[in-house]
Design a protein around this ligand. Structure first.
Ligand SMILES: [Zn+2]
Length: 239
């Protein structure tokens, strides 16, 4: 038995010999310890293996602990999908692109590639809000005021002065959950509190809001990252 540190969390692992002569399996137990099943009679360097698979381990850990954090150190959620982050030297200036299941950041500033990523996501979130909010406001006859994108722990809120504030991480959510956050905050422009009237208003704009709110609870902004391991399912993860 050993343990590895990933994103500040200590994860215990147990090494076992499998029956297969070929395959290595990584599998989380229900109490979030990692089983490392090696091929029969192999001499695999387990530490090196776990180091190589740290992105997968971090992601799986977050998934199984039922909290999907936008950013976990090695991977990021973008429009509801997980991507591994890769930082490469720049060809010309800072550039970020999506390639299959990877987001490639090429930046001169190796010490802080995340600030480039944050800028990129801020722009994508701003674009989403600029495109969608006026459309919803028009449709539901709500007068839209200022819209602000900031580094906040929550997905969004409505200020007393009627400004709608959203996290730059909003673009990480699957479309329908980002839409729910926008509709929820818009509804606050007609009903500020979470009163009965507010929920009635929201239901008229988004009939399945309860279901979407529940799905949203499984995601957390990286600004509020806090793993909740109380609600575990029994995993079976093979790589
Ligand atoms: Zn609210």
């Amino acid at each position: 038995m050993g343990s590895i540190q990933i994103d500040g969390r200590q994860i215990s692992y147990h090494v076992k010999a499998g029956r297969s002569v070929k395959y290595t399996y990584l599998k989380f137990t229900a109490d979030l310890e990692l089983d490392v099943v090696l091929p029969y009679e192999s001499d695999i360097d387990v530490e090196a293996l776990l180091k190589k698979k740290r992105a997968w381990i971090a992601r799986k850990y977050a998934e199984l602990s039922n909290r999907k954090c936008v950013f976990d150190g090695t991977s990021i959620i973008y429009k509801g999908r997980y991507y591994d982050l890769h930082v490469v030297p720049p060809e010309n200036g800072t550039n970020i692109e999506i390639q299959k299941d990877k987001i490639i950041i090429s930046t001169k500033d190796f010490s802080d590639p995340l600030s480039s990523l944050k800028e990129w996501m801020t722009a994508a979130t701003t674009e989403l809000l600029t495109r969608e909010l006026p459309r919803y406001a028009h449709r539901f006859k709500i007068t839209l005021g200022d819209v602000v994108v900031r580094n906040i722990k929550r997905w969004g809120y409505c200020s007393k002065t009627g400004a709608l504030v959203f996290t730059w991480e909003l673009i990480a959510l699957p479309d329908r959950l980002a839409e729910y956050v926008m509709l929820h905050e818009l509804a606050h422009l007609s009903e500020f509190n979470h009163s009965r009237k507010f929920w009635t208003k929201l239901a008229s704009m988004c009939p399945d809001f309860r279901e979407r709110q529940q799905a949203l609870n499984n995601f957390c902004t990286s600004a509020s990252a806090d793993l909740n391991t109380s609600d575990l399912i029994s995993p079976d993860c093979v790589m």
